[in-house]
Structures are given as structure tokens and as C-alpha cells.
Design a protein around this ligand. Structure first.
Ligand code: ASP
Length: 598
């Protein structure tokens, strides 16, 4: 029954034909989306990459192909010749871009058949994601998935066009490389030619892009895959794509304006939205104070209030105890929202807070003049006055408190802020709110390792004016790092780098590396820094997350053609897989995998 395309050449994509094409003869090829028999006349929706168009097979005009058409089933691949005609007014479909026209078929070739499908090729099918990933070729036939992939293409192409115009040079850096220090676990690749040695897949091209600045490339970029062997959370993948760039003789403002230009170009090309630049800027310290987060969603208010001083000596031990241990107290006020949260919902929020590590969640609900709350009885009049002054409590308000280490308080309240903002409909979902967060601390104290670690990475320059604190108050040193945040999602981060060898060595020392370890890990960088390294800086943007936000997708897996599951599996290719014993032998490897780990 199957036929060849023969000498038929496709003239058009189905989805792009319009009323202006009426009268034309066309040759179309695509998939049968649906097959309806209306009193002898057969209607087929033919689908290709660009959309669908209705094809009519009428037994009155051509009995032979009408009969052939009656055999067609969903997702068969066909070629059709015919003439474009207008639909009668009562059959016009205003929901379809091609809804004013149809193709009256005068030729049909069946190019391939299809087994019955595991799920329908439609936007809103509820299908288990594993099944979608296993049959990704079918999943990608769904219009919204196709749109996501096209959006991604547009974003990359807008980026390249913009950066090429600005004098950036795209350079590829190796995937088989040495372990790089972005703080995650490396994926390792054994070297057959060098038994016992391993390449690491790059966590980012950080050191090599800096090396390119020392080479004099001046402006580098790359749309590059990065690999991090981490436990996967919702918007993480073991391999992901960065728009990576580096510039010589640049300061923070230079990098920021290039990034604003890239994002403006991406949003225009991929979304048709004009985003205003420059973006707002906020210091890290202010972001933590007001939002409890270094990537605040600034589309809505609900800012946090610092209450530590009010409760330093409070009779309410939960608060004063936390402060005595060096912790803080903060409040999250929901103006006028008390009526929208039931007692059960308030208790559930307390449970959420506990699941995040808090000991509990205190609250006050204002009803008329009365403060309904399990904690008010422990407060002095002075504390209540202070509270009232700072928070301006009014009828209908509800306020939540957390008291613990700054880390826990900020984490819990920023989480609740987002959850409540969302639940109470306070977030304008149509808005794109960009923000630069700058002046991050250079170092972060790692309590398990009992040493300072680089907050961004150890090549980030400290602020000149804080350099003297490196020996005395490490935690106070600010860095020249910056993040770009969109709607509360970090979509990029970078820094101005250290370009002097002595400062780089000092930093390695500060994070606990001996001179020996520093040489062994980063010897080539330290050496290169001695040969006329220009000042430089850069950034990497997370392409997957940017496309996810533009596409309104709920997971980055929906904007990656062939993503992995949370367990790092590819259900389509069934990677990772076992390998032949002979392959292991060649690599000089022996497996020691316990049954329970399989
Ligand atoms: N390499 C850094 C990262 O992947 C970005 C940068 O500092 O340019 O986060």
C-alpha cells in the first residue's frame, strides 16, 4: 500500500497557507492529525511543523483517492496534491490560522503508516512524563513542545547575532578537559590512551575563557554545554546550556550592558516583547534584608521586616533565645489578607516552615483592635508598641514571624513569601521583572568543611576597598560578582576576575588551599597570569531557564529536546547503560558496584 514521493515536491508548509493562497495548486506532506467522514466526504487535518490545514476528499470529484483516504489513520505520513479553496462561511474555523481555507485533494500518496499512538498529539494531554520522554519523537510533535524548541532556536540565534555585532568571537572549548572548580561533582571520562587517568566534562569553561582573554581574544562567547553531576532538582539537568562570555578591560557596567542587550534581543526575537533596560540593581545585602533571598521575585511586595532589636530581651524565649545565639527575628506581613487564610492553612504554613528547618512559625492576626495570636501574651507593652510602629498593623492584617539563624529565617520567610504571593494571586504572571543583584560577599563559611569557600568561584575579584579585610574579617569582604534575576529565578551570574597572580594566590590560600594544592589544581592559570594578563570579567547566562520563562514552561525539561529524568536517565536511548567487559578492559577499569546500588 505504501508509495514513494516520486516526483512530487512539496510546495508549501501546511500551517502557513492563508486566504491569499486561494486558487493555488499545492503539494503538501505531513501527518494525518484526524480523519472525519461527513456523509461520504472525508476531511483530514494534515499537520507539519508549521501547523495544520484541512484536506477534503470528495467522492464526487475523485472516487479513487476518496477510497484511498478512507484507509488513513492518525499519524500516517501522506503527500497530497490539490487546490486551495475558501471554506463556506458556516464552516470557517476562526480558531485555526488556516481556518478560512481548505485543500480540495486531487492526488494522495501514502508514504508511511503508524502504529496506534501511546498518547495523542495534542497540547493538553495528561501523560506521564516518562512515557513522553520514551517516545520523545511523538512528544515533540505536540505543537507546544515544537514551539518551545523553536523559541529556544530563536533565543540562541538572537544571542549570536547580537554578540557578533558587538565584536564577540565564538570559540569552542573542549568537553574533554580537566576538572573545573564550580563546586559541583565532575562527570569523569576514562582515558584509554592514558590508563588510570580521567578527563572531566567541564562544569563551565571558566578557566579557559579567562585563558582566552590572556590570549588577546578580547571578547569571547560560546553557547556551551556544561556538566555537573549533582542530585537533580526541578530546574536542574546534568547537562545544561550556558551563554558564556568574557571581556577584557571590562568593569561591571560593561558586562551588565552587554547582558541587557542580549536579553533584550532574545525577548524581542523569541517573545515579541520589548523589555526596558537598564535593569534595576540591588545590593546583595538589601536583597537579603528586604526579601530574604539573593534572587528576589520583585513582581510583588510582601517585603520582610527586620525585628531583631525589638525582641532582643523579650520575655518570649523563642525570639530572645534565637537572638542571644546570634540569630535574627524577621516578620512577613500580609496586609488585609487575614480573612483569606483559614486556621488550618496557617497551621499548614507552620508545617512548611518546620519542613524547611524552622522550629515553628509564630503569627498575629488582627481583627478590629484585637491581636489574635498564641504569642502576644508573652510580649511586653514596649514590644507591642514597637511592633505596631514598625509594621503599622491594621484590621485584617496577618503577620508571620521566624526567629532562628539568619540563614533559616531568610530561607523560610522567602519561601513563604513566594508561596503566599502565588496563592493569594499577588503576582502579575504576565510581567517580566529583571533585576541585577550585586556586591555579593566574596566568601561563605562552610560549616561542614569548617573553612571559607568562594561564594561565586575563586577567580572572582574582591572589591579593591575590601582587600585589607581578607586577613581579618573574611566574611565581610565584598566581591565584584553579580547575578541577573528574572521573576525570582537566577538566570545568570558572573564577576570581574582576579588578574594578578599574587591576589589569586592569596585567595586560594584564604579558601584553605596550600600553595602545592593550588599549583596542582590551577597551575596553568597561575602561570598564565604571569604573562601579561589583562583585567577581565564575564558572565554565564542559563539558556534553559531563560527559554523556560519565555515559553511559560514549568520545567526546563520542556525546553530541552532530549532531557534526562530526575534520576539522570534518558528513557529514549536508555542511557546510561552497562558496557561490554572488553570496553572496561581496554580502559583498565574493574567494576565494584554493590547490588543495592544498582
Ligand atoms: N563560570 C561561571 C558559572 O558557570 C560564570 C562566570 O563567572 O562567568 O557560574
Amino acid at each position: 500500500m505504501l508509495e514513494h514521493m516520486g516526483d512530487w515536491k512539496r510546495t508549501d508548509y501546511c500551517g502557513v497557507l492563508r486566504a491569499g493562497d486561494i486558487g493555488r495548486s499545492v503539494v503538501l506532506m505531513g501527518w494525518v492529525q484526524s480523519n472525519r467522514d461527513h456523509g461520504g466526504v472525508i476531511f483530514i487535518d494534515l499537520r507539519d511543523r508549521e501547523g495544520i490545514i484541512q484536506i477534503v476528499f470528495n467522492p464526487q470529484t475523485n472516487r479513487e483517492i476518496h477510497e484511498k483516504a478512507s484507509a488513513l489513520r492518525d499519524e500516517w505520513v501522506i503527500a497530497v496534491t490539490g487546490r486551495i479553496t475558501s471554506r463556506s462561511p458556516e464552516t470557517v474555523n476562526p480558531n485555526l490560522p488556516t481556518g478560512e481555507i481548505e485543500v480540495v485533494a486531487d492526488g494522495l500518496r501514502i508514504l508511511n503508516t503508524s502504529k496506534p499512538l501511546p498518547f495523542l498529539i495534542e497540547n493538553d494531554v495528561r501523560v506521564d512524563e516518562l512515557l513522553r520522554l520514551k517516545h520523545r519523537y511523538l512528544d515533540l510533535r505536540r505543537p507546544n513542545m515544537r514551539d518551545n524548541i523553536v523559541t529556544r532556536h530563536k533565543a540562541v540565534s538572537a544571542t549570536r547575532n547580537y554578540l557578533n555585532r558587538k565584536g564577540f568571537i565564538e570559540v569552542e572549548t573542549p568537553y574533554l578537559t580537566r576538572s573545573t572548580p564550580e563546586g559541583a561533582r565532575d562527570f569523569l571520562v576514562p582515558s584509554r590512551l592514558n590508563p588510570g587517568k580521567f578527563y572531566a566534562l567541564p562544569q563551565s569553561p571558566q578557566l579557559l575563557k579567562q585563558t582566552l582573554m590572556i590570549s588577546g581574544l578580547d571578547r569571547y562567547y560560546q553557547v556551551v554545554r556544561c556538566f555537573r553531576d549533582e542530585d537533580l532538582r526541578a530546574d536542574r539537568q546534568p547537562e545544561f546550556t550556558q551563554i558564556d562570555l568574557e571581556m577584557s578591560y571590562a568593569d561591571e557596567n560593561d558586562i551588565m550592558s552587554v547582558v541587557e542587550g542580549i536579553l533584550k534581543a532574545i525577548f524581542e526575537e523569541a517573545k515579541g516583547v520589548d523589555i526596558p533596560v537598564p535593569f534595576k540593581r540591588m545590593k546583595h545585602e538589601e536583597a537579603m534584608l528586604r526579601y530574604g533571598s539573593d534572587k528576589p521575585d520583585t513582581r510583588f511586595g510582601l517585603e520582610l521586616d527586620e525585628m531583631t532589636e525589638t525582641f532582643r530581651d523579650s520575655g518570649f524565649q523563642v525570639f530572645s533565645g534565637a537572638v542571644k545565639k546570634g540569630g535574627i527575628v524577621k516578620a512577613l506581613k500580609l496586609p488585609g489578607k487575614a480573612g483569606e487564610l483559614s486556621r488550618k492553612e496557617i497551621d499548614d504554613l507552620g508545617e512548611t516552615a518546620k519542613s524547611l528547618g524552622a522550629k515553628g512559625l509564630a503569627w498575629i492576626r488582627v481583627s478590629g483592635d484585637e491581636w489574635q495570636s498564641p504569642i502576644v501574651k508573652f510580649m511586653s507593652d514596649k514590644e507591642k508598641d514597637d511592633l505596631q510602629k514598625k509594621l503599622g498593623l491594621a484590621d485584617g492584617d496577618i503577620v508571620f514571624f521566624a526567629a532562628d539563624t539568619a540563614y533559616i529565617v531568610n530561607m523560610v520567610l522567602s519561601h513563604l513569601r513566594l508561596e503566599l504571593g502565588e496563592r493569594l494571586g499577588m503576582i502579575d504572571q504576565g510581567r517580566f521583572d529583571f533585576l541585577w543583584v550585586e556586591d555579593f560577599p566574596l566568601l561563605d563559611y562552610d560549616h561542614t568543611e569548617k573553612r571559607y569557600v568562594a561564594m561565586h568561584h575563586p577567580f572572582t575579584s574582591p572589591k579593591e576597598e575590601d582587600l585589607h579585610l581578607l586577613d581579618t574579617e573574611k566574611g565581610k569582604v565584598r566581591s565584584r560578582a553579580y547575578d541577573v534575576v528574572l521573576n525570582g529565578v537566577e538566570i545568570g551570574g558572573g564577576s570581574i576576575r582576579i588578574f594578578q597572580k599574587d591576589i589569586q594566590e592569596k585567595l586560594f590560600h584564604t579558601i584553605g588551599l596550600t600553595a602545592e594544592q593550588a599549583r596542582e589544581k590551577f597551575g596553568f592559570l597561575l602561570e598564565a597570569l604571569e604573562f601579561g594578563a589583562p583585567p577581565h570579567g564575564g558572565i554565564a547566562l542559563g539558556l534553559d531557564r531563560i527559554v523556560m520563562l519565555i515559553a511559560g514552561a514549568s520545567s526546563i525539561r520542556d525546553v530541552i529536546a532530549f532531557p534526562k529524568t530526575q534520576k539522570g536517565l534518558c528513557p529514549l536511548t536508555e542511557a546510561p547503560s552497562e558496557v561490554e567487559q572488553s570496553q572496561l578492559l581496554e580502559l583498565g577499569l574493574k567494576l565494584d558496584v554493590k547490588e543495592k546500588d544498582k
